[in-house]
Design a protein around this ligand. Sequence first.
Ligand code: ADP
Ligand code: MG
Length: 357
Amino acid sequence: MTEGGPAAPAPVLELRGLVKGFDGIPVIRGIDLAIREGEFLSVVGPSGSGKSTLLRLLAGLERPDAGEILLRERVMTCLTPQERPTCLVFQSLALFPHKSVGGNIEFPLKVRGVPGRARRDRARALMALVQLDPAYYRRNIRALSGGERQRVALARALAYDPEVLFFDEPLSALDQRLRRSLGAELAALQRATGKTFVYITHALDEAMGMSHRIAVLNAGRIAQIGTPDELYAQPVDRFVAETFGALNVIALTRDAGGWHEDGWRPVLPPDAQIAGEAAVAMIRPEALRLLGPGETAANRLEAEVMSDRGLGAHHRLELRARGRVWLLDLPRGVPRPAPGATVALGWDPADTILRAR
Ligand code: ADP
Ligand code: MG
């Protein structure tokens, strides 16, 4: 999504100074976050960075050691999961295996005393919303595929009519193709219902396609939050930059003459203002280009082609220059030099991401 999310953002959920540890080991280390009404917010981060713990705190399955969670400015830090107008859709598909599809979806309505007829009507409407065949209404959960069960879980979550839905890697057990199509459907469902979705995943491609904003978690802290485009093009540091794809990295040191790597001084973006004596310059593989004869570039290196791999939409070349490997991506169909060839690679200062190290 490129729209950048809904207009007039007002936080529906607000986290203030959230801290949580287990047995004295900090896991969530001070999180402030305002989640906007009607937004699809993804949380990404490596395994063990605290994603599930964060979601369990939001859903009320864990109590924070410090900090507050507010829903529309009401403190709900100490409410039980049932008392919160939110719903967690589990990775493990916590459906009732002995109940039918209809029985599962209607369960939250039954608990609330909704009469049978109204329950059935609502269940059928929800089945249509998540694109489940109406004939499945009486079918047993055990007779469904993984993808179909995921739809039932989603319909049941929506039956609670929660204000915010939390998802903890709901698609991770499914195959790639199904993940992609269900992911697109989930994004469409979010738009159709206008509900706020908080979605946790370690699959970045998934998050980038579905989300208005993405929060990147690094060891219990939010490293950065922004649109997929912002995170890719303006990462705050090397961790976020590496989270969003391959990089060429130049470790720079400052001296009287400016930034250099062992005496080599690449041309950097003109507005580069970095405090301290150590920085890192990062260039995406698609920002490097092969220079033709007589072609110039602000940054230019002689290089030897080492390998060439087809990655679908583009080819990735590995080149050797300055004693190390550089990655350069070329769109499919563009002429490529053979391994062993000597080439000139170049890049523009504007394509350099310079950050403190
Ligand atoms: P993620 O979902 O990003 O993989 P988790 O939130 O599941 O990360 O876990 C973060 C860290 O917290 C891990 O080191 C994990 O072992 C620890 N942890 C999570 N829950 C508990 C718990 N109930 N008791 C003890 N340690 C826990
Ligand atoms: Mg997890």
